[in-house]
Design a protein around this ligand. Structure first.
Ligand code: SF4
Length: 408
């Protein structure tokens, strides 16, 4: 009898993938074996073809993208992940926390450019680590970064955008506050590997990367009926079994609560100056293969996203690997998490998506199914604003006349 993790021969892989496409999800017993078979001649192509068919059954020829504004509300963070260049110490000249006036200003610019999503991405609870940040908050009558974040989301919402927030670990009470102004929230699960919290591993100095804490937040968001973005981070030291477990955990949470709106498949990019600078980047075949595995594990209806700026040379390959969403692409701001990786122009992304026989549509920070069928997922004013920005299908209306939108 084959070991549970043994690679599959091509003929067996073809049978497993066909069954996965037909029954809507990949049998657990085979996910790890397929993950170990990506170098077996013919298996990667088989996997991509199956994932593409599954995507076609769930999403037709549509690939979506969100024209967004990225607001790194603060780049202070109490954690120190070994791959991160986003987080800064308070004495770093690049350390920055946005005031509400600055949020209003960037929102104005983004609305003029036809952006709808205000993506708030920030470090995790810096007030716990830094006295100077506690003082900055106290000057404004605030005790936590989350309180500042709620006000910033209100500013963005009232400025005409729909916020989506990824602020690290939030309590149920904080998510309830954020729900007032956000169309959706998110937290990359990244990995379920508790092993990576060990000495010398990627998350040793990152208490907020404890998988149990992150799983609990996913579940609390589900209990609160909040549309929620999750994701897997590939290449930070995890093994194949841990990758499969991460994707299966997201699927299980969604089976229980139904609120996972999208799953990001994000490859690690080594960055100079970080403890993981010498770790090799994840290869293009592996990115495509794990995007395909995510599709088959999560099923045809899930929104599977792969950021186009992290594998720009292989967009055509990614388009054949089962994704149906490119995520946020900003005409006004860089990717502050991966500043070395520029966004593609939306016009270029459209051209390459359409050349691959698919159709690019712009979306809101919430997907049509949730917007149209799950009014209970939203604060009424947020849903009303989202419906005004959407067309009848639930995707984004074209930007208003007068918006300075580049040809897309
Ligand atoms: S990856 Fe996120 S949690 Fe980790 S140090 Fe950077 S900002 Fe903080």
């Amino acid at each position: 009898m084959a070991r549970a993790s043994a690679p599959l021969a091509l003929a067996e892989a073809e049978r497993v993938v066909t069954e996965a496409v037909d029954c809507g999800r990949l049998a657990s017993a085979y996910a790890e074996r397929l993950g170990n078979s990506l170098r077996v001649p013919g298996v990667l192509d088989t996997l991509l073809a199956g994932a593409f068919e599954s995507k076609r059954r769930g999403h037709g020829d549509i690939v979506s993208v969100s024209r967004n504004l990225f607001i790194p509300l603060t780049n202070l963070c109490r954690d120190r992940c070994a791959y991160c260049t986003f987080a800064k110490q308070p004495d770093d000249p690049a350390a920055k926390t946005y005031g509400l006036d600055e949020v209003a200003e960037v929102v104005r610019d983004a609305v003029r450019m036809g952006c709808i999503e205000a993506l708030f991405c920030l470090g995790d609870k810096p007030e716990i680590a830094y006295k100077s940040h506690r003082a900055w908050l106290a000057e404004r009558g605030l005790a936590t970064t989350a309180e500042h974040l709620v006000q910033a989301c209100q500013v963005a919402f009232e400025g005409g955008m729909l916020p989506h927030t990824n602020a690290g670990i939030l309590s149920a009470a904080e998510m309830t506050q954020l729900r007032q102004w956000n169309a959706s929230l998110g937290l990359m699960l990244e990995t379920t590997s508790a092993r990576l919290r060990g000495k010398g591993e990627a998350h040793y100095y990152a208490p907020d990367k404890d998988p149990a804490v992150r799983i609990r937040m996913h579940e609390e968001a589900g209990a609160l009926a909040i549309p929620f973005t999750s994701g897997i981070l590939l290449g930070i030291g995890e093994n194949v079994a841990e990758r499969v477990d991460t994707l299966r955990t997201i699927r299980d949470i969604d089976d229980q609560f139904g609120h996972i709106q999208e799953v990001i498949v994000q490859p690690f990019h080594p960055k100079p100056g970080t403890p993981m600078r010498g770790v090799g980047p994840i290869g293009d075949d592996e990115i495509a293969g794990w995007t395909a595995l995510a599709r088959l594990i999560l099923g045809p209806r899930m929104n599977v996203q792969a950021p186009p700026n992290l594998a720009p040379k292989v967009l055509e390959r990614l388009l054949r690997s089962g994704l149906n969403d490119w995520g946020g692409v900003s005409p006004v701001t860089i990717d502050f998490i991966n500043p070395e990786a520029p966004w593609p122009e939306l016009a270029e992304l459209r051209r390459r998506t359409e050349a691959a026989g698919q159709r690019l549509v712009e979306r809101l920070p919430v997907y049509p199914r949730d917007l149209l069928e799950r009014p209970d997922y939203f604060e009424p004013r947020v849903r009303e604003a989202a419906l005004r920005l959407a067309d009848a299908s639930g995707y984004a209306r074209p930007p208003k006349a007068g918006a300075r939108v580049e040809a897309a």
